[in-house]
Design a protein around this ligand. Sequence first.
Ligand SMILES: [Zn+2]
Length: 76
Amino acid sequence: MTVDTAIVAITYVAARSRPHGPTAALWHAVEVHRPPAEVDGACELTACGALARVSTEQTWPVPGTDVCPSCRTLLG
Ligand SMILES: [Zn+2]
């Protein structure tokens, strides 16, 4: 017997924002309900409400310091 799970676990992928003036590009978290491969390269709304381009080359949480502080706080 096969259990077909209709509920897709919410996962987060990393998305890179564009730099704004003196603000460097940051990594944000994007909540996805689809396989990450389907949103690769897409511009999605991040957890903090910005728009950023999804990159499946990075996984959330992203190591390093160039990470959006709002997304990091929101997602612990
Ligand atoms: Zn963010």
